[in-house]
Write a protein that binds this ligand. Structure first.
Ligand SMILES: Nc1ncnc2c1ncn2[C@@H]1O[C@H](COP(=O)(O)OP(=O)(O)OP(=O)(O)O)[C@@H](O)[C@H]1O
Ligand SMILES: [Mg+2]
Length: 268
C-alpha cells in the first residue's frame, strides 16, 4: 500500500494573503510533509488552520509564498489534469446527465467517443450509479451527486486525487457508505489521495497517513501513520472500532484537536 516512492512533497511551504485594509494574514507557515504513491493522506486540523489553503496550493490554484510543492519531483506551478479536485459542494453540471457529466472532462481532452463512453461506464459502475446514468443531478440525492463528482474526477485518470471535505454535507449514514466506497476505489485504482477533513473517525478510517495541522497560522504539528491497521485498509467501519490501537490513536488526536481548537482561535 504505502510504497516508498514519494509522490507529493511539501517543503517549507508558507502562504500569506493580503486581507482587508492591506493587513497580511499568514494562513500557513513552514508546512512540510510527504505523501507516497497509492497512499491515502488526510489533512486534519481545527477550523481556519489552513487545510483548504494547503490543498489549493497542491491543486495549483494558489502559489505558495515560501517553499515548494513537488509532484513526482516536479515543482507544482499551475493546475493540471493530473491532479483532480473534489469539493465539498456538489459541482456537477445540472443540464447534463450523470453519464455526460462523467464524460465531460474526457470530451474536453478529446478522448474518442467509444473510449470515453467505456471509461465513463466503468467509473459510474465503480460509484454504483449505473442505473442512474441517464438521470440529471437534480433527480439525485446529495450522496449520489457527490458520487457523480468523484466518478467525473476519477474518469480523467488523475494521478493525485484531492478532496476538500467531500462528505461534509452528507448525513451520517451516507457519509459512512461513501467512506467505505473510497476504500474500494483505493483498491481498484492506483491513485494517491490527499483529503481534508475535520472528522477524526473519518481520518482514522480512510487515512494511511494523517498530517495534523496546528491552529492558525497552520503548520504540521504531527505527521502520523495509522499503524494500528497493520498496513492494510479496513473495509467496514464497525470493524475498525475493535482493532487494537484504534482507540488510543483516536484519543490522542482528540486531545490534539481540543488543544488546538476553537477556544484558542482568538490568539492567532
Ligand atoms: N483568499 C484569501 N484571502 C484572505 N485570507 C484567506 C484566503 N483564503 C484563506 N484565508 C485565510 O487563511 C486561513 C486559513 O483558511 P483555510 O480556508 O485554509 O482554513 P481551513 O483549515 O480550510 O478551515 P475550515 O476547516 O474552516 O475549512 C484563514 O484565516 C482564512 O481566513
Ligand atoms: Mg477548509
Amino acid at each position: 500500500m504505502s510504497a516508498s516512492v514519494v509522490k507529493l512533497s511539501a517543503e517549507g511551504v508558507g502562504k500569506s494573503f493580503v486581507g482587508t485594509g492591506g493587513r497580511v494574514i499568514q494562513a500557513v507557515r513552514d508546512v512540510s510533509f510527504a505523501v507516497h504513491e497509492n497512499e491515502f493522506c488526510v489533512l486534519l486540523g481545527p477550523s481556519g488552520c489552513g487545510k483548504s489553503t494547503v490543498l489549493r496550493m497542491i491543486a495549483g490554484l494558489e502559489d505558495p509564498t515560501t517553499g515548494v510543492l513537488r509532484l513526482d519531483g516536479h515543482e507544482i506551478l499551475r493546475p493540471d489534469r493530473e491532479r483532480g479536485m473534489v469539493f465539498q459542494s456538489y459541482t456537477s453540471f445540472d443540464w447534463l446527465t450523470v453519464g455526460q457529466n462523467v464524460e465531460y472532462g474526457m470530451k474536453l481532452n478529446r478522448v474518442p467517443v467509444a473510449e470515453r463512453r467505456e471509461r465513463a461506464a466503468h467509473f459510474i459502475d465503480l460509484v454504483k450509479l449505473t442505473r442512474f446514468r441517464d438521470a440529471y443531478p437534480k433527480q439525485l440525492s446529495g450522496g449520489m451527486k457527490q458520487r457523480v463528482a468523484i466518478a467525473r474526477t476519477l474518469a480523467n485518470s488523475p494521478s493525485l486525487l484531492l478532496m476538500d471535505e467531500p462528505f461534509g454535507a452528507l448525513d451520517a449514514e451516507t457519509r459512512w457508505n461513501m467512506q467505505e466506497l473510497m476504500v474500494s476505489i483505493m483498491d481498484s485504482t492506483q491513485t494517491t489521495v490527499v483529503m481534508v477533513t475535520h472528522d477524526i473517525e473519518e481520518a482514522l478510517f480512510l487515512g494511511d497517513r494523517i498530517v495534523f495541522i496546528s491552529r492558525h497560522p497552520g503548520t504540521v504539528l504531527e505527521d502520523m501513520t495509522t499503524d494500528f491497521k497493520g498496513g492494510t485498509r479496513v473495509r467496514r467501519k464497525e470493524d475498525m472500532l475493535t482493532v487494537p490501537g484504534y482507540a488510543e490513536m483516536e484519543r490522542h488526536i482528540m486531545r490534539l484537536m481540543r488543544e488546538q481548537g476553537a477556544e484558542h482561535e482568538d490568539e492567532g
